[in-house]
Design a protein. Structure first.
Lengths: 354, 358
């Protein structure tokens, strides 16, 4: 029989190597999977992990895809450190897109530099308020925030569908469920000509740096870490659990909302029912892949984006089925969790006494 | 200045090369973008059958690729662009939500031809195409009206867009034509493909007394859920032949193969032009799947006669007098609906109960 035994002093090098090891194992297992499908594994891995880096357009798309992931994951990382589990970032993302988009649509024929900041504020406020629902229910009634925040994802998605089929529908759009296209003042400026990389990328990077400082140099970050490591000690030290729950959920909600608004006003340029593509859930993987550290998360979001963009290319160059690509991405989380566990515990064979 | 020129030249060269490769020699590259996984039946599967038909018909003269399961959100534009950039000459984007991304990418690649299914925006290098599936709905509505004993027809609907509303109206009008007492119960599942929700809807409709159930969703789960019960159903998009002879008694099949072959040929010949195509039973884009022996012979005959008359242009499924649901007149005696109204249809016809979700 095998048993997991905690390592008394987990080797620092091993801990640091966990994400790298997970990516490497994913490549190997993925290669086996692709080979089993009759594709050249080396070529497939190269197309997924290397080719997107060589093409300027794909590089810009990496940024487009990584920015919302990083933004959401940075927000989530605070809560995850403190033991506050916001699983509903996808819902806060949707509400942020709705709130920001609705402001843009309300002024759809009014140009002005003030419009985008207003939309961003509305997006953050929307995400914040949506996250306050599980926060208040947890504080007041002890409701499980994992369930509440997750369930609210579906509510948010149905809301988006209802709004683009109703009040926010494009009046000239033949009744199809989508809004007008935003006009120029409501569309994020592009930072690299000829691509879709928008200012949201810079904002996400700025926020990650700020979050890094907050986590390691500010009392808020200290409290978050303390609450996660030793909740009782935190309480004795005067950290209010309720305030921390509200702060962690509110922060992650606001950042997810901002990401949603960026997505609507950036690459999509309108509100459509299929606007959310799972960034809120993928960001959970990104947060852990980045070891809950804002700068690690920035790197992790790029790796994750790479598997998406490379995965698409692999689909049409090698005709690898989409499902195989999803399996490949799932492996990444699996290996990450496995290596994480094995870095902190060791496997020991025990003999049952006869 | 010099450096700038060099960069510009390099850029122009690479664009030129891409365009040149497309124009001259060897295989014409045709790309397809699907909104869901190809699977074994349904909308995407039918488009992929069309792609395979192109491969088979042209052999070495074409090379086809596809990307499946592309959501109609932020990723669509990148996928379409990557296809354009990698030397595809003709790209079919096969879902409504790809409209704006297709138009955006088409602007950047004027030499690549695009074909967008079910949309309404065109450009010099963007055509649109769709099938007149409502013609098929009229035929199965006819069968439903003749065969129902409870006089309740169930309808599993996806999204309240004109395409779906048109289908409901066409089926209802054809059923009422042969059975004035018929009623239609509609359940909206807000999805094109959600086996669990579709099966729930089917069970619910059955419990409400429907003995004929139609669907405008992609999965076979409604048929699987009601297999063995006293109910008849129709294949949607694909034939769904594995549920023959009952519950599946016939089907509406989307057949894209002839159109895809025709358009690829046009690119090979250099005669491709931007057009808007809306073909029905006449051109075979809409097909009626085999009617099984579960349908009485005289109904099979009258349904076939209706299909033939529609194909010949003798019968239009929307022929007046027809009132809208609120009782206001829509079509006068003998008047037929124009395509513009059909394409934007956002109302039920008189006799359908319930409110169109809005």
């Amino acid at each position: 029989m095998l048993m997991l035994e905690p390592r008394t002093a987990p080797p620092a090098a091993l801990q640091a190597a966990v994400p790298v090891l997970a990516v490497a194992l994913t490549m190997i297992a993925g290669g086996v999977l692709f080979a089993a499908l009759g594709k050249n594994p080396v070529e497939a891995i190269r197309i997924i992990f290397v080719d997107p880096l060589l093409d300027p357009f794909s590089r810009s798309e990496l940024l487009v895809k990584a920015a919302p992931l990083a933004l959401i994951a940075v927000g989530l990382s605070f809560g995850f450190r403190a033991g506050v589990w916001n699983i509903g970032a996808e819902g806060q993302f949707v509400i942020g897109a709705i709130a920001g988009g609705a402001v843009g649509l309300a002024f759809w024929d009014v140009p002005g530099l003030w419009l985008l900041p207003l939309m961003a504020l509305a997006g953050m406020l929307g995400g914040f308020l949506w996250a306050m629902i599980p926060a208040l229910l947890k504080i007041r009634f002890g409701a499980n925030e994992i369930l509440v925040s997750l369930m609210l994802v579906y509510v948010a998605q149905l809301w988006l569908s209802a709004l683009v089929s109703g009040p926010l529908r494009d009046p000239a759009g033949f009744n199809f469920p989508e809004s007008r296209m935003f006009h120029d003042s409501a569309t994020l400026p592009i930072i690299l000509g000829g691509t879709r990389a928008h200012v949201g990328v810079l904002v996400a990077l700025g926020i990650a740096v700020a979050a890094y400082v907050a986590l390691h140099r500010h009392v808020f970050g200290y409290r978050v870490r303390l609450m996660g490591a030793a909740p009782r000690a935190a309480r004795f030290a005067g950290v209010s659990t309720n305030v921390m729950i509200a702060a962690c959920l509110g922060l992650s909600g606001a950042l997810a909302g901002l990401a949603g608004m960026f997505e609507a006003a950036g690459p999509v340029g309108q509100l459509v029912p299929s606007l959310p593509v799972g960034y809120g859930f993928t960001a959970i993987i990104v947060a852990f892949l980045g070891r809950l550290d804002p700068l690690g998360i920035v790197l992790a979001s790029l790796v994750m984006a790479l598997t998406y963009i490379g995965g698409e290319t692999a689909q049409f160059t090698l005709q690898i089925p989409a499902a195989a690509i999803s399996v490949f991405q799932g492996m990444l989380l699996f290996f990450l969790l496995a290596t994480e566990v094995l870095s902190r515990y060791r496997l020991r064979r025990i003999r049952r006494a006869a | 200045m010099k450096r700038r020129n060099l960069l510009l030249t390099a850029a122009a060269l690479s664009v030129g090369l891409a365009a040149g490769a497309a124009a001259q020699d060897d295989p014409v590259k045709v790309g397809f973008v699907y909104v869901g996984p190809i699977g074994d039946f349904g909308w995407n599967y039918q488009h992929d059958l069309g792609r395979q038909a192109v491969e088979e018909y042209f052999g070495d003269k074409v090379e086809t690729t596809y990307v499946e399961d592309v959501p109609e959100g932020p990723d669509a534009e990148r996928v379409i662009r990557q296809l354009a950039q990698s030397g595809h000459d003709l790209i079919f984007t096969t879902s409504f939500g790809f409209m704006n991304p297709t138009i955006k990418v088409a602007k950047q690649f004027p030499d690549v031809k695009f074909e967008h299914a079910t949309g309404y925006q065109r450009a010099d290098n963007v055509s649109t195409y769709s099938g007149r599936f409502y013609e098929g709905r009229a035929v199965i509505g006819h069968i439903a009206g003749k065969m129902t004993e409870s006089n309740i027809i169930g309808y599993i609907a996806s999204f309240p867009i004109p395409e779906v509303v048109r289908g409901i109206n066409a089926a209802y009008l054809a059923a009422r034509d042969v059975n004035p007492d018929v009623q239609m119960k509609i359940i909206w599942v807000n999805s094109w493909f959600d086996p669990a929700k579709e099966a729930d809807a089917a069970n619910q409709l059955y419990d409400q007394g429907a003995d004929v159930i139609m669907q405008h969703t992609d999965s076979t789960s409604p048929m699987a859920a009601l297999e063995g019960k006293d109910v008849i159903m129709f294949g949607q998009a694909s034939d769904m032949a594995e549920f023959k002879p009952k519950p599946r008694v016939s089907s509406i099949i989307d057949n894209w193969a002839p159109y895809y072959i025709e358009r690829t040929q046009a690119v090979i010949d250099g005669t491709w032009e931007s057009v808007d195509t809306w073909h029905g039973i006449d051109k075979g884009m809409t097909e009626i799947g085999e009617m099984t022996e579960a349908i009485p012979e005289e109904v099979r005959e009258s349904a076939q006669a209706l299909a033939d008359a529609i194909a010949a242009g003798e019968v239009h499924p929307f022929t007046g007098p027809i009132n809208k649901q609120d009782g206001s007149p829509w079509l006068a005696e003998g008047e037929t609906a124009d395509d513009g109204t059909l394409l934007g249809m956002n109302f039920y016809v008189e006799g359908i109960e319930g409110q169109l979700p809005n």
